[in-house]
Design a protein around this ligand. Structure first.
Ligand code: CTP
Ligand code: CA
Length: 227
């Protein structure tokens, strides 16, 4: 325990966080996924909890234990994540979408194991639902919506476009080409991009510190939303 009293600035708030990758099945034993470890989302959930929030964490498959004092919902696919998130979003004062949701899924997952005798399969993909965009459509007045963006080029242009397209208040931009940023590592190098176009580059920090920096800067609207 820290000697200094923790800031309890999120007391009375509900924060919904998503974390990890999603898994999109090809057949009963194979899937498409990505390198997300879930560490950034779990750090956000723990930081929000420590600051007094009620925290709901919807996570894809990751090798991390449930954080104490957090309501954890484990899902696999983008469709399952969408369902869980839409169930909990109406009660949330802030939604922070750190999950690395697969953009595409096999259009017709095989009911049985794909056998190699049949030759290399051609797998047709279809888009998954854009969970964050759906949250942006349904955003209640007073709710804060935070997205993440992993980019390798045209970082600020892409971030600004995503803020507009998804009706976000803040986007956490990750240059995944830098060592010490993004997937699988314990540190992150992010730039926070706000709706009004302002942006702030944070120095490389452990993910827990990045989480607290994000929570310090949540652009709360002036009017508090109805319970
Ligand atoms: N996201 C989501 N649902 C999806 C895809 C992405 O909710 N099906 C969310 C992610 O959780 C993240 C944000 O959208 O908070 C941005 O994800 P990113 O992959 O950077 O952007 P995309 O909109 O998917 O565009 P692209 O991958 O083409 O850059
Ligand atoms: Ca994507």
């Amino acid at each position: 325990e820290a000697l200094l009293a923790a800031r309890r600035d999120l007391e009375g708030r509900t924060v919904l966080v998503t974390a990890g990758p999603t898994r999109e099945p090809l057949d009963p034993i194979r899937f498409l996924s990505n390198r997300s470890s879930g560490k950034m989302g779990f750090a956000l959930a723990e930081a929000a909890r420590d600051r007094g929030a009620r925290v709901v964490l919807v996570t894809g498959p990751v090798h991390l234990p449930d954080p104490a004092g957090v309501q954890v919902i484990r899902v696999e696919t983008a469709a399952q994540m969408l369902e869980a998130v839409l169930r909990h979003a109406p009660a949330a004062d802030a939604v922070i979408k750190a999950a690395a949701v697969a953009d595409f899924r096999p259009a017709r997952p095989a009911a049985h194991k794909i056998k190699k005798e049949a030759g290399a399969p051609v797998v047709e993909l279809e888009p998954t639902p854009d969970i964050l965009k759906e949250l942006g459509r349904r955003k209640a007045p007073g709710q804060v919506l935070v997205g993440f963006a992993a980019e390798t080029q045209d970082l600020l242009e892409n971030a600004n476009r995503k803020i507009r397209e998804k009706n976000l208040d803040l986007i956490v931009l990750n240059d995944v080409t830098q060592p010490g940023a993004g997937f699988e590592v314990d540190t992150n190098i992010v730039t926070l991009v706000y709706r009004d176009g302002r942006h702030e580059a944070l120095p490389p920090m452990p993910k827990r510190q990045v989480a607290d920096a994000i929570l310090d800067r949540l652009p709360w609207p002036r009017v508090r939303r109805e319970a």
